[in-house]
Design a protein around this ligand. Structure first.
Ligand code: FPP
Length: 254
């Protein structure tokens, strides 16, 4: 009797994008100020990066600050930017040693020049790393990103450097802040909310969506593992597809 064929390993998403939600509710439940929830959220960021590397995920995008977050009280915006700066300063070396390459997307011009310089430095210092691409979305909003891409294309057409009749999905995507990055295969949102909240609206067109009830500061390796397992289950169900999200066959329904 011949041996059964080997069972292929379940597919791991190449690119996972996460809407980290629930820091404020976590803090309220623990009777703490919102800043404590964001601080605890940084621990979850650490755990998630480590777990993503363990699973062999190539791209991890974290929604750290939305364009709408500027409407929060100034103290909270300051807390968030302080935390981000502190995170970069204290962990860049460790991230770099782990083979992490950092990318920032979003309207970074809205931040002060010293934070902008630190972000650019962090990107430059990790540019040769290949283990995990960590994309941090900062002051990011998908509609603004799409409008900016449209404006750049119109400007290039008016300048005569781009023939407008050639503009297709590939050319459009090349004008987004995610140019050159693969689309997310899996989008996770924590805290039980089930919305995309203006996150990667173009890029997530074919992503699988997983909603986890955990508040972001409670998220960890087990949660990520469950989301990946759920993704793998869905992939098997739609097994006729050639790949996770990059090249859906023509005519595929939603
Ligand atoms: C949503 O929770 C979370 C944020 C607005 C910020 C996320 C930021 C971090 C986890 C820390 C910094 C990030 C990095 C990459 C170092 P919320 O405040 O909207 O929670 P709520 O909906 O319960 O109020």
């Amino acid at each position: 009797m011949s041996a059964p064929p080997p069972v292929p390993p379940p597919p791991v998403p190449r690119h996972i994008a996460i809407i980290m939600d629930g820091n404020g509710r976590w803090a309220a439940r623990h009777g703490l100020p919102r800043a404590a929830g964001h601080r605890e959220g940084v621990q979850a960021v650490r755990r998630t990066i480590e777990a993503a590397i363990g699973h062999g995920v190539e791209w991890l995008t974290l929604f750290a600050f939305s364009s709408e977050n500027w409407r929060r009280p100034v103290e909270e915006v300051t807390d968030l930017t302080f935390l981000l700066r502190h995170y970069l300063r204290s962990e860049l070396r460790e991230l770099a040693e782990a083979g992490v390459r950092l990318h920032i997307i979003g309207e970074r011009d809205r931040f002060g020049s010293s934070l902008k310089a630190e972000l650019a430095d962090a990107e430059a210092r990790t540019a040769a790393n290949r283990k995990l691409n960590l994309v941090i979305a900062l002051s990011y909003g998908a509609r603004a990103e799409i409008a900016t891409a449209a404006r750049r294309i119109a400007e290039a057409a008016m300048a005569g450097t781009l023939d407008p009749t050639t503009v297709d999905e590939t050319i459009f995507a090349a004008h987004l802040s995610t140019a050159g990055m693969p689309d997310p295969d899996l989008v996770i949102r924590t805290s039980g909310e089930q919305r995309l909240s203006n996150f990667l609206l173009w890029q997530a067109a074919y992503a699988e969506l997983v909603f986890d009830d955990a508040l972001w500061p409670d998220f960890g390796a087990a949660n990520l593992g469950r989301a990946i397992a759920e993704y793998a289950r869905r992939e098997r169900r739609f097994g006729a597809r050639p790949g996770p999200a990059d090249a859906p066959p023509d005519g595929e329904g939603p």
